[in-house]
Design a protein. Sequence first.
Length: 423
Amino acid sequence: MAELGPSPLAAGNELPVAVARQAIADALRPITERETVPLLTALGRVLAEDVVSPIDVPAHDNSAMDGYAFRGAELCTDSPTSLVVTGPTVLAGMLLDQPVQPGQCVRIMTGAVMPAGLDTVVPQELCQVAEGRVSLAAGVLRAGENRRKQGEDLARGKPALTAGRLLGPAELGLVASLGIAELRVLRRLRVALFSTGNELRTLGQPLDEGCIYDSNRYSLMGALARLGVEVIDLGLVPDDPARLAATLDEAIARADVVLTSGGVSVGDADHTKDLLASRGEVAFWKVAMRPGRPFAFGPLHGGSAKTAWLFALPGNPVAALVTYYVFARDALLALAGAQPRPLPSLKARSVAAIRKRPGRSEFQRAIVSPAAEGGWEVRLTGAQGAGILRSMTEANALVVLGHEQGSVAVGDEVSVWLFEGLV
Ligand code: AMP
Ligand code: MG
């Protein structure tokens, strides 16, 4: 079982984000069970093995343009080139069955197979056609231009995609171009999700005095849907040890990952800790970050050596989502067997100063927009409280201020994660 190392809590330390992320990454082993799926249902799945190309793509040299095909060796370099047009137009999907003689050219359409002996295509807009001849000025074309070569996209016998590839639209098209109709993929990662807290109510229930609606399950369900994992929704669980134990055991039995929110902050942690201690080796971390300090992670064991990984996120709605992106998202992709794909970030100039002390990471809600002078600029949205979910919906990005970073001056560049494709 993965060793999470001595608890930094013992020394009263806060754990840097990077250390926590590394400890998680080191502990996880990807799932290995595979299945075969039709290509059309493979979007978002992870390839279990390399896809080796059974054919050359394209299968023949072919034209990249609508124009006239001829022998590049016949191009004159210091005077116009003139060629006699012969034969029928070569259309895509058709093979020209008569030879093209020296001094001749043939009209050809994009994607059509290059007739034998011809290696160059002059696009129709670069030549003049009159009285059965094509002429083109010196210097407009080089020999071999506008010809796509056999196998230039994919060579037969070479891996077209490697194991661990997360299949997107382009990958589906590439596999189809090889004539492959089914793929071996890893089974979907199963993630059990529940919220904890006596004060929480489910949609449709009346909102009792002092209660709030459970919003984390909806945010997290959305985030998990983007990841393409199979979600097992275990609903809402009150802070009741017996109910928590039963839900936890069901989650361990059914899922690879147990994702919870709430119940790991100092006040709650004691009874949650006892419960988890009896089922695995979960570390409770105080992470040096804002929002999202309390966080727990580790393996939980069920019957017949079944292990599930617990990611216990803080309850505050912004903290829950931010810690999901910081700790859970990459880890779930790794567990699902996918090659790493870090969240895309970009640099933007801060239009205002941002106060920040070194020694913790901060993830502040912000609006990124194109700067008048080019590039991007970023301004923070208003209140940054960890419970203010509106700050996420009013923002379009998170400003990511690293552990060592100090205050930001006006005009300094900062890293941002765009919500587009993220939240
Ligand atoms: P906790 O981490 O359980 O101490 O919760 C911290 C704060 O987040 C409290 O104000 C909770 O009411 C709130 N909270 C916890 N879980 C949820 C949830 N699922 N949806 C919305 N707010 C929550
Ligand atoms: Mg709670």
